[in-house]
Design a protein around this ligand. Structure first.
Ligand code: ZN
Ligand code: ZN
Length: 283
């Protein structure tokens, strides 16, 4: 058992014991029991520990899940939190498409009628521009293949570029996957929002694990976010951000709605001075 999953098992035990003590108002209670439904585990069952990383700060882990081998890849996708989803929803640009790239296969989410196969242009490019692809692949993997091996492949006229293919995310189970523990794979959604994810650990389910399928994917870690407060009142959350604002103390400067209008508009709603402002969205 890995450290992470042991910690999570302990967390769940703690949650259970506190629950039985009648601590119904505990804020994490919903986390401990995601669903009232009980679906028994079918043995033997495997548990995978999957880590999802931040889109911008690729080395920062955002979430960690325990997923069952009998679950679909879409079960994981539906539980991944990314602020881009919220931002796109707010702007009515939400897109249901997305893929996981695991080894040489793109697993596309094509459940929604409007979903697009994001991997198609990539696979087409791989098929149609083999020389360029081989050159790029060579540059990426130059540390992997030794010169002698390369010469050998060249002589035989065999490409060392893997044969990439695509499949449906919604019909692929984790137990169907060919993967390497600890390897960085790619999750791409909302056009071009990319996250690295890693399958860190794999083991059989233990008696101490939650024995209810409905509770999985079980989130065992979620990075705490710090909210951006208004730089003026330091009380309310920021909803506006100004850039190169000549009267602001910081650049960029964050404001709540009240402070922003108070400091940038006159009482008759006319502008006090010219400035650049954006709506600020809390991640
Ligand atoms: Zn994202
Ligand atoms: Zn304020």
């Amino acid at each position: 058992m890995s450290k992470g999953s042991k910690a999570s098992a302990e967390k769940i035990d703690l949650a259970k014991s506190l629950k039985y003590n009648g601590a119904h108002s505990a804020p994490w209670k919903n986390k401990a029991s995601k669903s009232d439904e009980h679906i028994p585990i079918v043995y033997p069952e495997a548990i995978l520990c999957v880590e999802i990383y931040e889109r911008r700060h690729g080395s920062v882990k955002n979430q960690e899940f325990l997923v069952l081998g009998s679950q679909l890849l879409t079960d994981l996708k539906d539980n991944i939190y990314c602020s881009t989803n919220k931002l796109m929803e707010l702007n009515k640009l939400h897109n249901h498409s997305g893929f996981f790239l695991i080894e040489d296969t793109f697993y596309n989410d094509t459940r929604h009628y409007s979903a697009v196969d994001y991997s198609k242009p990539i696979v087409d490019w791989l098929d149609n521009s083999s020389d360029e692809v081989a050159e790029k692949w060579d540059a990426i993997s130059s540390g992997v293949l030794k010169k002698r091996q390369k010469d050998l492949l060249k002589g035989l006229n065999i490409s060392n570029v893997p044969e990439f293919k695509s499949a449906d995310m919604q019909s692929t189970y984790f137990s169907d996957l060919h993967f390497r523990l600890g390897a960085g794979y790619l999750y791409c959604h909302q056009g071009n929002c990319k996250h690295t994810f890693v399958i860190r650990d794999m083991r059989l389910i233990h008696p101490e694990d939650t024995q209810n399928q409905a509770e999985y994917p079980l989130m065992t870690f979620h990075m705490q976010r710090r909210f951006q407060k208004c730089s003026v009142c330091q009380i309310y959350l920021a909803t506006k951000m100004t850039v190169d604002d000549k009267w602001a103390p910081n650049n960029p400067c964050y404001f709540c709605k009240q402070c922003y209008y108070l400091l940038h508009y006159k009482e008759d709603d006319s502008l006090l001075y010219h400035h650049t402002v954006y709506d600020y969205f809390q991640e």
